[in-house]
Design a protein around this ligand. Structure first.
Ligand code: PLP
Length: 428
């Protein structure tokens, strides 16, 4: 399957028919383990002399199709499916950073990732330095010889200001630091590897699945970062790994291509920490992924119309959407998002925190819940929910104000979406 077109890749990459049954839909291989052909076969698999299935915590044929499909969609070398987007973020960093190391992250982050970085990583001795994404050079200023990665989200909410991927990736490549991108809100619209990112760590729970029914995550290796050229910065990939008979990952997997990073994540982190995706969830994501390009197009069209409607509404003090931005923020949106600005819209309701709550309580069709990327329209008031564990300074740093409401605009008819917003705004 050689197409470069996303619409074709999501239907065909990584699976044509099942080898055993000719089934066209990807079978759910709901098994923990796989019979070895012989003791020699078993020994070869464990020694990585031969690749094949051993145990579903580490690999599974259903997950494998999802991994191949998402790697193909993003133009990466290989991928690893994991149990959640949070697991993907955590493992993407842990795979190259340990106690005493640091990463430099954009301040514009999902609240869960902010907590992981600001609080949990510090208990493990990994320091996270926060940089202002409006100023790419701030990443350079925070870099030292212990910096193992840069980290950012392509289309972070609530600010919805697209990250300067190329600008920061270029600084990283100059200094030998890979850029990890969370592309959760922009799969199908932005391809971070084309702009110099090295790794993608995303949630499948949102637009990839698209139907609000499964939690999962994906790490994709761009296969475009020369880990060996920066031996001192990446000892975990360039020096003998005692947990695998002294394997040096950049050398051990060379015959398989530029996949040292992702193989190490699978055979050490997933083996040891166990955040595996279930085959059933992989099946759900494969189904969702089939319509991702179509859905992103319609999500984007509907969100554009919602933003235009809210902009200038008497009960709305500010609307946040790339289509309404100007200057550098708009340039980045147009440079990095192709085919639409995505399904997220933010706005501030007149009346602050009470106005925000009244609006949410008055919604009839929009669901009030903590998710994005569902086919249904969703709304949330971050200050009292997703971002409530952040102090007010941290909330403001990530762009959350008291009256801010986040919409994940769904695939319903636009007339019904606008009618629900209209009647709820009338109640504020
Ligand atoms: N990244 C982003 C941008 C998110 O919005 C989320 C969840 O909302 C995550 C990561 C974490 O994903 P998950 O809920 O699958 O762990």
């Amino acid at each position: 399957m050689t197409s470069k077109n996303p619409e074709t890749i999501v239907l065909h990459a990584g699976h044509r028919k099942d080898a055993a049954t000719n089934a066209v839909a990807v079978p759910i291989y709901q098994t923990t383990s796989y019979q070895f052909d012989s003791s020699e076969h078993a020994a070869n698999l464990f020694a990585l002399k031969e690749f094949g299935n051993i145990y579903t915590r580490i690999m599974n044929p259903t997950c494998d199709v999802l991994e191949q499909r998402l790697a193909a969609l993003e133009g990466g070398a290989a991928a690893l499916a994991v149990s959640s987007g949070q697991a993907a973020s955590m493992m993407a960093v842990q795979n190259i950073a340990h106690a005493g190391d640091n990463i430099v992250s954009s301040t514009d982050l999902y609240g869960g990732t902010w907590n992981l970085f600001a609080n949990t990583f510090s208990t493990m001795g990994i320091e996270v330095r926060f940089a202002d994404p409006a100023d790419p050079e701030s990443f350079r200023k925070l870099t030292d010889d212990k910096t193992r990665a840069y980290y950012a989200e392509t289309l972070p909410n609530p600010k919805l200001e697209v990250f300067p991927i190329r600008e920061v990736a270029n600084i990283g490549r100059e200094l030998g630091v890979p850029l990890i991108m969370d592309n959760t809100a922009a799969h199908g619209l932005c391809k971070p590897f084309e702009h110099g990112a090295a790794i993608i760590a995303s949630s499948c729970t949102k637009y990839i699945g698209g139907h609000g029914n499964s939690i999962g995550g994906i790490i994709i290796d761009g296969g475009n970062f020369d880990w060996e050229a920066h031996k001192d910065r990446f000892p975990m990939l360039n020096t003998p790994d005692p947990s695998y008979h002294g394997a040096v990952w950049t050398e051990a997997v060379k015959p398989l291509g530029p996949v040292a990073y992702i193989i190490k994540a699978r055979v050490t982190l997933l083996r040891d920490c166990g955040q595996a995706m279930s085959p059933f969830n992989a099946f759900m994501f494969i189904n969702g992924l089939e319509t991702l390009p179509l859905r992103m197009e319609r999500h984007s069209q509907n969100a554009d119309k919602v933003a235009a409607y809210l902009d200038g509404h008497a009960k709305v003090t500010r609307t946040i959407h790339p289509s309404l931005m100007q200057g550098e923020a708009r340039r980045r949106a147009d440079a990095y998002l192709k085919g639409g600005y995505g399904g997220l819209v933010g706005f501030e309701v007149a009346g602050g925190i009470d106005g925000g709550r009244r609006f949410i309580d008055a919604l009839k069709m929009f669901y009030h819940l903590a998710n994005i990327g569902d086919s249904r329209s969703l709304a949330i008031h971050p200050a009292s929910t997703t971002h409530s564990q952040l102090n007010s300074e941290e909330q403001l740093a990530t762009g959350v104000t008291d009256g801010y409401v986040r919409l994940s605009v769904g695939l319903e008819h636009i007339d019904d979406i606008l009618a629900d917003l209209e009647q709820a705004l009338a109640e504020t």
